[in-house]
Write a protein that binds this ligand. Structure first.
Ligand code: NDP
Length: 601
């Protein structure tokens, strides 16, 4: 067993972090505008002209990703039939509609990532399934619950305004629609709007370029599952080595003549070990299995105890190590050396050091060139960045045509007409791909693309200028009949986000059902209830996990101070997701909907 020099490791982590913190913080990224405005277009579905819509619906759901579709399904299950999805893409799917890059898949296990498996009777093909299968599953739910019937696709909401005289939301779109909705659910997602690195000269690159969330197979040839034949004679550059790049670099390496990977911070790459799901075994699962799996996964992942690890993956592995250490500590406690609360922190640090040492050793075991292997080693705690799980990524660097261009934390220096500069080296490229991620922590209206104007003309941007304030992440005072399909200020479970979305949809459906039953024109959170919820989140250090001492990234405001806005934007129920799910289930089923006011005129 390797002994770890913890002090040296901490020093190395600090040094590596410090050289990556940039004074501009999240302003180092730019919106795809001007020369890059086409990067937000839909390359997959041609826009079909249609007449504008002027009518009224009971519930408008903005966004057709898992959030919108699962909320729509929950509304239908609750007997609320008149639901309209409005979606910018040409189909439902959200992230799984837009992200069609080669190698796209989800490295959270399908048994707990794909929602509503029992309701749809669907069996995932593999432990981790490709994007195409996930996209199909969103479509499956939408079809089963009749959500295509009234949907508006290739349609962007441009404004959402509360009309107090009629107690309705007025929705305007870029297709000239102007219609009313009694209730609105917003599911525009947290990682929705592609961002670009603000590298000097980025707009001067003369060759083709695109963002991974708008993969242009017209340029590369092939498809998500087919070789990109146009790349055979091309020098391709990719900027970024996050979770997306890790998945598309192996197929790019396979198909491009030369591939240059511009790296600022390496990702941690753990084992994936994908395998097929045995139909016979799947058939033996008892009704209610998915809920059991979801709770088991959330419990283990957040440090709880369970007899069995049903999912057994990289997310639960670290938690298992921490638990084993804590148990050993309890067992070995003596009156002279009693079990103390620091044991948890110690167990966490030791487990993480052990895990990351293994991850770095794995790089050495796989990558043949020692210099490349060194540059691919992550020097931070595993949960500082999105952990990645892959069995072909590191191997791609053993190909002679794949070149890692490590920038030692600095990033690409500049871009010109013909390629990319790192220090004094110029890399001439035929195609430049941005795997630079999505906006996090910018204004809600900027990310969603529309402004929400509530009672008395107050916008959500104004209301949330000092941080989002809600009850359960869903309800905002001053915005009656409006629901955010919530992640933060609720369960805030980051590894299988769909759990958050389905649960939030269930809550929204219960509230709408009740409002319809009691014939309420308005349902709104009271100021007091909202305030109490926000205070509870703010006063508890456990409600926010972002760590400014981590290597910079969107998890921790790019390593900058974490103010009230960031804390509120990333906070969750202090007792963790499992406790939140139990709490909200009681709240939902009690029938009182404490904190909400149902008003009839
Ligand atoms: P990320 O934001 O995680 O990654 C962006 C990448 O761009 C980083 O490697 C970043 O480096 C790099 N970068 C930014 N600016 C520069 C620069 N100037 N020069 C060089 N490199 C630069 O985006 P992703 O699209 O990879 O992932 C976003 C999220 O999407 C993930 O965190 C995950 O939640 C989700 N996802 C989930 C998947 C799944 O399997 N479930 C698969 C793919 C994505 P640095 O790290 O230094 O900031």
């Amino acid at each position: 067993m390797t002994t770890i020099d913890r002090e040296a490791l901490r020093r190395k982590y600090r040094e590596e972090r410090d050289k990556r913190v940039r004074p501009e913080g999240k302003d180092q990224y730019v919106e795809p505008k001007g020369r890059f405005s086409h990067l937000l277009d839909d390359p997959y579905t041609p826009r079909v002209e249609r007449d504008p819509v002027h009518d009224e619906v009971t519930v408008a759901v903005i966004g057709g990703g898992f959030g919108g579709v699962c909320t729509g399904a929950q509304l239908k299950i609750a007997g609320v039939d008149d639901v309209r999805i409005i979606e910018g893409g040409g189909d439902v799917g959200g992230a799984w509609y837009w992200n069609r890059y080669p190698g796209a898949m989800c490295d959270t296990a399908a048994m707990i990532y794909l929602p509503m498996l029992e309701e749809t009777g669907y069996r995932p093909t593999m432990k981790y399934v490709p994007a195409i299968e996930i996209f199909e599953h969103v479509r499956r739910i939408a079809k089963q619950y009749g959500l295509y019937d009234n949907a508006l696709f290739s349609t962007e909401v441009t404004e959402l305004v509360w009309d107090d005289t009629v107690a309705r939301w007025i929705i305007r779109t870029n297709r000239g629609d102007e219609f009313r909705a009694r209730f609105v659910a917003m599911g525009t997602g947290p990682l929705h709007r592609p961002k670009l690195p603000g590298i000097p000269g980025i707009e001067t690159f003369a060759g083709p370029s695109f963002h991974t969330a708008r993969w242009d197979y017209g340029i590369t040839g092939g498809g998500p599952e087919e070789p990109m034949v146009h790349l055979a004679e091309q020098r391709v550059g990719i900027i970024g080595t996050g979770a997306t790049a890790v998945q598309c670099i192996p197929p790019l390496g396979r198909d491009a003549k030369e591939l240059f990977v511009f790296q600022r911070t390496p990702s941690s790459i753990d084992v994936r070990a994908n395998h097929e799901i045995d139909p016979e075994w799947f058939a033996t699962l008892e009704p209610g299995w998915q809920h059991e799996w979801l709770i088991n996964f959330a419990t283990l992942q957040t440090g709880g105890f369970a007899d069995e690890d049903l999912v057994k993956d990289g997310w639960t592995d670290i938690a298992q190590r921490i638990r084993d250490r804590v148990i050993a500590d309890i067992a070995s406690a003596t009156p002279d050396r009693p079990f103390d609360v620091d044991a948890f922190q110690r167990a966490y640090e030791e487990s993480d050091d052990e895990k990351m040492t293994e991850i770095r050793a794995r790089v050495d075991a796989i990558v043949e060139d020692p210099e490349t292997a060194d540059a691919l080693k992550p020097w931070y705690r595993q949960l500082c960045k999105r952990p990645c799980f892959h069995d072909e990524y590191l191997q791609a660097y053993n190909r002679p045509n794949v070149h890692l261009v490590d920038t030692d934390g600095r990033g690409v220096d500049r871009i010109d007409e013909t390629g990319v500069w790192v220090g004094d080296d110029h890399y001439e490229l035929d195609l430049l791909i941005f795997a630079s991620g999505f906006e996090v922590g910018t204004e809600y209206s900027r990310r969603s693309g529309y402004e929400t104007v509530g009672r008395d003309g107050i916008t959500l941007t104004e209301r949330w200028a000092n941080g989002a304030e809600t009850l359960h992440g869903i309800h905002a005072h001053g915005f009656p009949n409006l629901f955010v399909i919530a992640i933060s200020q609720a369960a805030n479970l980051i590894s299988n986000i769909t759990s958050n979305l389905v649960d939030s949809g269930r809550t929204i459906a219960a509230v709408v059902r009740h409002a319809v039953d009691v014939d309420a024109d308005e349902v709104e959170v009271t100021e007091a209830a909202e305030h109490a919820w926000v205070r509870m989140l703010e006063d508890n250090p456990r409600s926010f996990g972002g760590d400014p001492t981590c290597t910079p990234g969107y998890y921790n405001n790019e390593g900058h101070a974490i103010g009230r806005k960031e804390r509120l934007g990333g906070s969750g129920y202090p007792e963790g997701p499992v406790a939140y799910f139990a709490y909200i289930d009681r709240w939902r089923t009690a029938g009182a909907f404490e904190g909400l006011e149902f008003r009839s005129r």
